[in-house]
Structure formats: C-alpha cells, structure tokens
Design a protein around this ligand. Structure first.
Ligand code: NAD
Ligand code: TYD
Length: 352
C-alpha cells in the first residue's frame, strides 16, 4: 500500500480519487484537516475497501511511526503543506511548522522505518515529495523557463518553507540514501480547489455577485496545469523516476492573471449568463498588489517528457472549461466551505 499525506486537500484529494480509480492498491490518507482539508472531497471513496483516513499531523512522530509499522507502505507521497502565499505573508509560523519541521519529522520517521525493511523492500521503497515551481523565484518576461537545475531563489515565506523542505529531502537521499523523488509543479487548477486561490475564488465571487480581485496590474504570469495532469505525473514519477532526481511538472500554459480571469468570465457568460445580461467581466476589480509579488513563473517540463514519457492531457482551454463546469455542478461542495473561517479570511484579505 501507499501512504499519502495531505490527501484531504486540493491536489492530494484529487490524487487519492484518481489513485483508487486507476490502481488496485490500498491507500492510507494522513491529513491534519486544517482549514484547507475537506473530507467531503473524498465522499465518493469513504467506504472504498482500499481507502483509509487517519486524522493527524505529519509532525507527530509517534503517530507517523505507528502508521508506518502498522501499514508497511511501499511508498509515501507527501502533499501535506500550508500552501497559500497570501496566508504565508500574514502568518508565516504555520508554514515553518508544517512545511519545514513537519517534513523533517516525516523524513526522520520514514528513515527509521525504511532502515528496518528487508533488503528487497528497502530497495523498492520510495518517498515522493510534492513541491512547487515557486522555489525557483521570479523570472523576467523573456528569460527561459525553470529547469531542474535553476537556482533556488524563493521570495515568499511559503516558497522559502517549501525550498527548505526540498533541501531536507535532498539531504536525506545524499546523507542516508533514502530513496527520494521530488516533483516541482506549476500552478494547479481543477475540481475541489479551495476558493482562496485565484481561479476558484473568481468563479465563486462571480457567481455570488462579488468583485473579482486582481492584484496590481494583473500582468503577473503563471504556468497553469490541470490537477488531474499533475496527479498522472506523480504516478509516473513514482513508477519510473530515478532515485534522488527532481522532475519539473508543468502545462506549457503561461498566462497573465488578467487573461485567466477574463477567460473564466467568458466561459461563465456562456455557461451561466448573468440575469442582467452583463458580462461577469464587469465584476473585475483591481486591488492592492501582494507584497513581494513574483512577476513570472514558467516551467520547462521537458525532462519529464523525455525521460518518463509524461505529457499533460489537457490544454488550458479544455481544462478551464471542465473546471468551470465542475464548480457549476457542485455548488454544495463550495457552499459548505465558504462559511465561518473562510469568511474571516476573505474579510481580512479583501475587506469584503
Ligand atoms: P492544500 O492547501 O489544498 O492542501 C493541503 C492539505 O494538507 C490539507 O488537506 C491540510 O489539511 C493538510 N495539512 C496541512 N498541514 C498538515 C500537517 N501538519 N499534517 C498533515 N496534513 C496537513 O494544498 P494543495 O494545493 O493541495 O497542495 C498540495 C501540495 O502540492 C503542497 O505541498 C503544495 O506545496 C504543492 N503544490 C501545490 C500547487 C498548487 O497550485 N496548489 C502547485 C505545486 C505544488
Ligand atoms: P494563487 O492562486 O494564490 O497562487 P500562487 O500565488 O501560488 O501563484 O495566485 C495566482 C496568481 O493570482 C498570483 O499571481 C496572485 C494572483 N491573485 C490575484 O490577482 N488575486 C487574488 O485574489 C488571488 C488569490 C491571487
């Protein structure tokens, strides 16, 4: 079986759902259920015979050691993290605790477990660390996209904490021989995305008649990847990645934020027009820029294609339409999480 951490979040949740659809292998999901964790995402598999949920912290060494001894996983996939840049600016402490200390403790418990495995199982074991392109810092408009050898230049408390975790993972391979793999992926979008991030926030705000907040001039560029493509890349790296290697994962879809939001509005205008006949684009509102806002991320994912034959299945146009349709078809999922603590955050961040 495999152990997934952070499997009640956006990407981990999609990964668990897809895993159970395509693999015949049990998965245990260890998730602390912070504000970003949502078990409703996993309703469909809650009673699946190959699925088990455990609420807990990757930094809880006793719990993790017990789970490893009990379930004897052949692989761990570490999604668990604090993941929102804006929250890392207003409160970096949780990012240090989970992304750095938590990953360190998870690595330590894994090392102890792995060192006691049989020679065969030790050789077959994998620790796959899920990371971000944000560790590489910001690119000028014409600079080549990030390759795996790009210098680490993290600029936010979030990206700095993920960079630290990447370094720890690397060190556990070089120092102790732990069989690790690291993926650095660009911005994901798709179903079950918590509406604090740009795309789900704008879909939610559009449909509820609220402003669509664009930071600064909206010309910051991100590379966008449909979440199911990220999940297939992780499965492929787990299956065939070379030990200790890093793989960049991206969608070859560089878009400025304003363009992304205008595209969303155009699709919403078609799929669910506003009652007054106006475009959702009239709700776009330019707001104060994010401090230290990275101007451009771009991922060169050619190593993953060349060495492991992975390519994204979705274009931005196909993926974003699927995403909008998913949100229109699943208003309950959104309604259940956009209350209480969510409102506190949007009030604080946007003064809504
Ligand atoms: P998310 O915030 O949606 O989910 C994180 C999950 O981790 C939540 O379910 C939360 O409850 C859980 N968690 C947090 N702290 C924990 C702890 N101490 N112990 C156990 N569980 C804990 O994040 P996401 O967008 O799904 O991102 C998953 C991973 O992918 C992260 O490591 C992130 O850095 C990375 N990543 C995300 C993106 C993106 O666009 N979202 C892109 C590249 C990489
Ligand atoms: P986000 O989804 O938070 O991802 P990240 O910061 O990890 O790239 O933001 C994507 C881009 O959208 C980023 O450049 C910040 C911008 N943004 C806005 O313009 N308005 C918003 O309300 C949010 C949340 C993000």
């Amino acid at each position: 079986m495999i152990l997934v951490t952070g499997g009640a979040g956006f990407i981990g949740g999609n990964f668990v759902l897809d895993w159970l659809d395509v693999q015949d292998e049990p998965v245990v999901n260890l998730d602390l259920l912070t504000y970003a964790g949502n078990l409703e995402t996993l309703n469909r598999v809650a009673d699946h015979p190959h699925y088990q949920f455990v609420q807990g912290d990757i930094g809880d060494s006793a719990l993790v050691s017990r789970l490893l001894a009990e379930h004897q996983p052949r692989a761990i996939i570490n999604f668990a993290a604090e993941s929102h840049v804006d929250r890392s600016i207003t409160g970096p402490e949780d990012f240090i605790q989970t992304n750095i200390v938590g990953t360190f403790r998870l690595l330590e418990a894994t090392r102890a477990y792995w060192s006691r495995l049989s020679d065969h199982d030790r050789a077959a074991f994998r620790f796959l660390h899920v990371s971000t392109d944000e560790v590489y810092g910001s690119l000028d408009k014409t600079a080549p996209a990030f390759t795996e050898t790009h210098r680490y230049e993290p600029n936010s408390p979030y990206s700095a904490s993920k960079a630290a975790s990447d370094h720890l993972v690397r060190a556990y391979h070089h120092t102790y021989g732990l069989p690790v793999l690291t993926t650095n992926c660009s911005n994901n979008y798709g179903p079950y995305h918590f509406p604090e991030k740009l795309i789900p926030l704008c879909i939610h705000n559009a449909l509820t008649g609220q402003p669509l907040p664009i930071y600064g001039d909206g010309q910051q560029i991100r590379d966008w990847l449909y979440v199911k493509d990220h999940c297939s890349a992780i499965r492929r790296v787990l299956e065939a990645g070379s030990l200790g290697e890093v793989y960049n994962v991206g969608g070859w879809n560089e878009k400025a934020n304003l363009e992304v939001v205008k595209t969303l509005c155009a699709i919403l205008d078609e799929e669910q027009p506003r009652a007054d006949g106006l475009s959702y684009a009239t709700q776009i509102s330019f707001v104060k820029d994010r401090p230290g806002h990275d101007r451009r991320y771009a991922i060169d994912a050619s190593k993953l294609e060349r060495e492991l034959g992975w390519k994204p299945a979705e274009t931005f146009e196909s993926g974003i339409r699927k995403t909008v349709r998913w949100y229109l078809a699943n208003p309950d999922w959104v309604a259940h999480i956009t209350s209480g603590a969510y409102r506190d955050w949007t009030n604080k961040q946007y003064g809504l």
